[in-house]
Design a protein around this ligand. Structure first.
Ligand code: B12
Ligand code: SF4
Length: 464
């Protein structure tokens, strides 16, 4: 039986020169993990497709198609699903967007998976093989905070080229914080940790030295993180991941993190204004400490991707230049900007919906590179052009050189990363996709109440 697992094109920061495509990210762990969960079912042949680096086939002779859906890719996921279903191939949809709006996704699928796929996805595949696949599968509840039984991802099945870092592994799921714009606490309110031995097994199997740790907040539980880093030291890998800036308060954690091979961290600084950070429930970020954060990381040889968001209610026209200047002053190795985006399911979405300030419900615009809200102190066009100008200014050669520290190997890697972003900035200014802040012709409508509905008739099966 042939199963095709698809991650639709996220239109992320990528470089395209003719047929050459390179994603500035790691390969998608979601579909490798889903493949691993069903690998021991006899008679299964799995193909993985990542739309960000390869064309998605529309005529693959699959018996079952599975698509992983994040909001910004939902419409293309639905298009692919509709196409396969029209030609008689059953389709299963899963992922964060499906978990938040199952009643929307179900209109485009033979079956949906709400939540984590461990246990329930293999059950679905077995049911499918027996001709009794249900319409809805749900994640199995977990009593404690231990995430067991995540198999070794099937890295062997994905493309090795086209990625900045080809291999990704994860140790935890979820986050204990509750930033108003973030999908993670809405989808996974619990912080789950995998047994360290399982994570070490996964890392050990990765060929080569470099890996990405895809946890959204790797050091959320510092004691767990310390144990993990200790166990990683003998593996002699170099890794990059995501953390919150308050980790700099824990010297032991930092030391172990560095010894375990950490060479790159992504921090969501989000704003330089304390009042804004409080408003978005990210008051644990203290802008007065940002210098210390950068100096500490640099002293440990860790490069920082620092993310800032534009479009908060307090942001006015000055925010763009102020942020660009602050980024230079902080010497952020690889800066990244996003536009404040209310993902469905989040507190921000509920607030702006009530305030009637969401101007596009077209999920294609939900990539944090389009404006989908009416900002408080600007027009959507002003926010969009300010965002693009900030990117342009930040990746001018002079700005990049001004942020560089010395001429070591890390600086050289960061310099290349910045050059790649320069190409991305060019795309931002020339690609028709980025012509307008949002899809004016087709802004979509707010999801009706039934799209959030999780009250499906469980016993309903679909015919295959
Ligand atoms: C790696 C990553 C990426 C990668 C790859 C995407 C991917 N899904 O792998 C890339 C670089 C492409 C990416 C891009 C973006 N990302 Co991202 N990303 C992540 C991250 C950090 C890890 C994903 C991961 O590997 N998880 C580990 C795997 C094993 O778990 P999983 O994907 O959740 O899959 C499990 C279940 O969801 C389910 N499942 C998932 N898919 C399917 C499919 C089927 C058929 C079934 C049965 C089950 C199933 O089973 C799996 C096993 O339990 C997540 C955060 C997170 N923790 O999920 C954010 C996250 C998915 N990203 C997010 C965002 C916002 C973005 C960007 C907008 C970032 C940006 N500023 O540019 C872009 C999206 C651009 C666009 N056009 O939409 C949000 C999504 C919000 C939303 N509602 O869609 C998340 C949740 C982070 C957050 N803080 O909110 N991202
Ligand atoms: S700390 Fe990061 S992952 Fe956690 S809720 Fe905030 S933005 Fe989301």
């Amino acid at each position: 039986m042939k199963i095709l697992l698809i991650m639709p094109d996220a239109h992320m920061h990528k470089i395209r020169i003719g047929r050459f495509v390179r994603s500035m990210r790691e390969m998608p762990l979601s579909i490798c993990t889903l493949a691993a969960m069903i690998s021991d079912i006899p008679g299964i042949n799995i193909k993985l497709i990542d739309g960000s680096v390869e064309d998605i086939p529309l005529d693959y002779p699959a018996d079952l198609v599975g698509i992983s859906v994040i909001t910004g890719c939902a419409l293309s996921a639905y298009q692919i699903a509709d196409h396969y279903r029209k030609n008689g191939t059953p389709v299963v949809l899963g992922g964060v967007h499906v978990t938040i709006l199952p009643g929307e996704a179900i209109n485009h699928a033979d079956a949906i998976m709400i939540g984590r796929g461990e246990h329930s996805w293999p059950e679905l595949v077995r049911d499918f093989m027996r001709g009794i696949m249900r319409k809805v599968y749900r994640e199995q509840p977990i009593d404690g905070d231990e995430l067991l039984d995540v198999p070794l991802p099937r890295h062997d099945l994905h493309r090795k080229h086209g990625y900045m870092i080809p291999y990704a592994v994860h140790a935890t799921r979820g986050c204990r914080r509750n930033c108003d714009f973030c999908t993670v606490p809405a989808v996974w309110p619990k912080y789950l940790k995998r047994p360290i031995a399982d994570v070490v097994r996964d890392i050990r199997k990765v060929p080569g030295r470099y890996i990405a740790l895809n946890d959204v907040s790797l050091a959320e539980d510092p004691e767990y993180a310390k144990e993990l880093f200790k166990a990683m030291i003998p593996l002699k890998k170099r890794w990059g991941g995501l953390a919150t800036v308050d980790i700099i308060r824990d010297q032991e954690l930092l030391s172990l993190m560095s010894q375990s091979g950490c060479s790159f961290l992504l921090f969501g600084f989000e704003s330089n204004e304390e009042a804004v950070l409080k408003q978005i429930h990210k008051g644990f970020n203290k802008p007065v400490n940002y210098h210390e954060v950068m100096e500490t990381m640099h002293s440990l040889g860790i490069s920082v991707q620092g993310c800032f968001v534009f479009g908060f209610d307090d942001d006015d026209h000055d925010i763009f230049n102020k942020t660009v200047e602050r980024v230079r002053e902080l010497k952020i190795d690889i800066p990244r900007y996003s536009i404040y985006t209310p993902y469905p399911g989040t507190g921000l979405f509920r607030r702006l919906l009530a305030e009637k300030r969401i101007i596009s419900f077209n999920w294609n615009d939900y990539d944090t590179m389009h404006v989908v809200i009416q900002p408080a102190k600007m027009t959507p066009d002003e926010l969009f052009s300010g965002f693009k100008q900030a990117y342009k200014d930040t990746f001018k050669l002079q700005h990049i050189l001004g942020r560089m520290r010395g001429f070591g190997i890390n600086s050289a890697i960061n310099f290349c990363g910045n050059l790649a972003y320069r190409i991305f900035v060019k795309r931002l200014n020339t690609e028709p996709r980025f012509d307008t802040p949002y899809s004016r012709d087709c802004p979509g409508v707010a999801p009706p109440a039934e799209y959030y509905n999780t009250n499906f008739k469980e016993e309903q099966t679909c015919q295959n």
